[in-house]
Each structure stands twice: as C-alpha cells, then as structure tokens.
Design a protein around this ligand. Structure first.
Ligand SMILES: Cc1cc2nc3c(=O)[nH]c(=O)nc-3n(C[C@H](O)[C@H](O)[C@H](O)COP(=O)(O)O)c2cc1C
Length: 382
C-alpha cells in the first residue's frame, strides 16, 4: 500500500465525498497556478515512454491514459490535474445553461467495500460560456477535450430542444479544445433512456454541428446494451459525419450491479454506480463494438472499472485505443496514472511488443501469427 492509500485516503474518507471533490479541485487549481508546485508534481509523476505515444485523429497523445468527464466539471483545475501525467483530459460535462444539478443532498457516495462510487450529481456545472472563458489560453502537454451534455432542468425536453442546446453549448469552445465529447446521457429523461440513443436524433445532432464548419475530432459517449443491431444503426447514422472520430461506449448502466455493500447501505444512497464491478461489462462492450466499427475511420475510448495496468492493457487488447480512469483515482490516488503507464511498458516487454498500438484489438485475432486487426486502425505511433 502506498502513501495515498495508507495515509491520505483514510483522512479524505472521513469527510463528505462531494466536499472532498470540491476541495480536491481547489487544491489542484492552486497547484496548477504555482510554478513551484506544478514543477514538483510534474517531477513526482513524470513517466514518458515513446512506446505509449499515439497519433489518433490528427492529435498527439503522450500516452493512452485519460481523465474522463465528471472530475473537473468546470475547467477549474486542468493545469494542476495534468501534472499527474494524463495522456488526455475531458473537461465537463458542461451544458449550455448553468445548472445546480440534482437538488437532493447527499448526492455522491463512497462504497468502500466495492471500491465504488455512487453518483447522483445530475451534471452540475457553471454553463458553457463561463467554462469556456476559463479554458481560454490554457496550454497543456496533452489534448484537452470538452464534454457536452443537455442542461439538467429536472423536466424532460423534446429531442429537438436537447439537440439545439447541445449544439449551441459548443459555440464558446470553438478553437479552445482539441476534441469534443458528446455525453449522450439525458439527465432529464428520468428513465436513464437517452433521446440521443435513437440514431435519427443522433443524426440531427451531428447535422446541427455542421453550422461550425470545421470541427475538431468528436467522440460520442453512450451507455446502452452492446447489441450489434443497435450499434450498426448508430454507425449508419454517424456515417456522413466525418468529424466523428470515435466512440466512448460505457458499460450498460441498466444492468443490476453485483456488490458486497450491504443492501441497507445501498438503500440509503441513489444514483449510478461506478467501480471494478463494471470491468467485465465494459470489456464485453469493447469486444462487441470493436467487431462492428470501421477501424480505418473510428477508434474506441473506454472507461469503466480500470484500476491497474493489467485492466488497461486488457481493455486495449479488446479494442480500445485510449482508456480513461476516474473511480480508481479516488481509491488509489493520482500516482496511479504513472503506475499504469509503467505497468503498460512492462506488459509490452513481456509480450514482445514494440509499441502500444500493436496491442490494440489483438484479442480479436483469430489465429496466432495472423496480421493483427489493429493494423487497420489509424492509431499509430506518433
Ligand atoms: C463522481 C463522478 C462524476 C461523473 N460525472 C460525469 C460527467 O459529468 N460526465 C460524464 O461524461 N461522465 C461522468 N462520470 C463518468 C466517468 O466519466 C466515467 O465514464 C465512469 O466513472 C467510468 O470510469 P471509472 O470506472 O474509471 O470511474 C462521472 C463519474 C464519477 C465517478
């Protein structure tokens, strides 16, 4: 057990999770603004290796380990957070209008027996204008993305309104971020079903983005059952939109989780649950998606239950070009990013591979010795 797990985590876990989240962002913001603190953290967490560099959709990723949406929701602390050595960072989710999120408290819960988090935030954020102003002029050593979502108003809105809102939310970020993530979850649907999971609505959303002319690479983040028919329908809808460069398919949130946390404790909490129990379903999602996409056009980014280099490597072997970690940072601390990168290099050596791109999708090879399918992706060494 390292210093974070033995000393820092027990202290942090004595306080309300949302309060700790806010304080962590504040601390990272302060660290990012101080040259001395930033330099010290960069030295502590530095681990660069050319075998982990990837060029994807015209962007240079120093490594495939990213921070997903939901950690720095308001773009307050990206410079501080980047010192942990991420290969890319999503800010958000951000909506067109500011939102307080769900009114009920508490709305963030730890389930330590399962190393999991239960989230009922309801995408609180300061709104796209404010967040964009914060990102102006920020330079990072890794690609920065903006993750956009519908505003949480507590009332379901017609699909056309959701579409127009998300398209407008992007306006202030033009020229500021390296990529766009569309969080296709609809916080107001009440049922967990997203209007944007309907391919026709998704096509309308992408059409609405045409107003911007040239766009940076866009990735679509969704959570629905990995059924080949659904995936194929979505791929067909996306086909005319060349700016869509990939997908972030997450584990199906509607599956009931199998957890060690006692039922009585779960009943006192609410929201979706992240953690290692999602690993298998996220792996399965990757397996199915990788077999459906046109790898010469699209890549996959995967998050869900990644806690170690072995987990990240497995996800990459199943087809992810990039992976993201969130819950594991809460349980293992920021040093995890460096440990995953070091571990990935050791795993490449073990398997006699020269570069991480050679591992992408190898689980799909049918016969040993056959040209790996990953050779057809556009994820190559920078
Ligand atoms: C506290 C918390 C807040 C989150 N908020 C968002 C969000 O605003 N937007 C989003 O796209 N994903 C959000 N997520 C989901 C993460 O981006 C990620 O997809 C998910 O946690 C799975 O990764 P993990 O198993 O490494 O945590 C959130 C996750 C957590 C734990």
């Amino acid at each position: 057990m390292d210093f974070y797990q033995s000393c820092v985590r027990p202290l942090l876990f004595r306080f309300d999770p949302e309060r700790i989240h806010v304080r962590t962002i504040r601390a990272a913001r302060a660290a990012g603004r101080s040259n001395i603190a930033r330099g010290a953290l960069e030295r502590l967490y530095r681990f660069e290796d050319p075998r982990l560099r990837l060029r994807i959709a015209g962007l240079d990723f120093p490594n495939p380990i990213g921070l997903p949406g939901g950690f720095d929701k308001n773009g307050l602390a990206v410079q501080g957070i980047a010192t942990a050595g991420f290969g890319f960072l999503d800010v958000g989710s951000v909506s067109l209008h500011p939102s307080e999120g769900n009114p009920e408290r508490p709305r963030l819960f730890r389930l330590p027996l399962d190393e999991s988090i239960r989230i009922y935030y309801g995408v609180p954020n300061d709104g796209s204008e404010t967040v964009a102003r914060r990102l102006a002029g920020i330079r990072l050593p890794a690609p920065l993305g903006i993750n956009l979502v519908e505003t949480n108003t507590g009332k379901p809105a017609p699909a056309e309104e959701v579409i127009e809102e998300i398209a407008q939310a992007y306006r202030p970020f033009q020229g500021l971020t390296d990529y766009i993530v569309i969080n296709m979850a609809c916080p107001n649907s009440g049922s967990g079903v997203s209007a944007l999971d309907d391919p026709a609505n998704l096509a309308l959303l992408l059409q609405a983005f045409r107003r911007y002319g040239s766009l940076p690479p866009m990735f679509l983040k969704m959570h629905f059952a990995p059924e080949p028919k659904l995936i194929d329908a979505l791929l067909e809808a996306v086909d005319p939109y060349e700016f869509v460069k990939g997908f972030m398919p997450g584990p199906d949130n509607k599956l009931p989780p199998v957890l060690k946390t006692p039922r009585e404790q779960l009943e006192r909490t609410r929201g979706s649950i992240t953690g290692p129990h999602k690993r298998e379903s996220a792996n399965e999602v990757m397996r199915v998606w990788y077999s459906r996409i046109d790898r010469s056009r699209h890549i996959l980014v995967s998050a869900g239950g990644i806690f170690s280099a072995e987990d990240a490597y497995e996800r990459i072997r199943l087809g992810a070009s990039l992976v993201q970690v969130y819950t594991a940072l809460v349980y293992r601390g920021p040093g995890l990013v460096k440990r995953i990168k070091q571990g990935l290099c050791a795993l490449l050596e073990r398997d006699g591979l020269q570069h991480i791109s050679q591992a992408i999708g190898v689980e799909h090879e049918t016969k040993p010795g056959k040209t790996p399918l990953h050779a057809r992706t556009d994820a190559r060494a920078a």
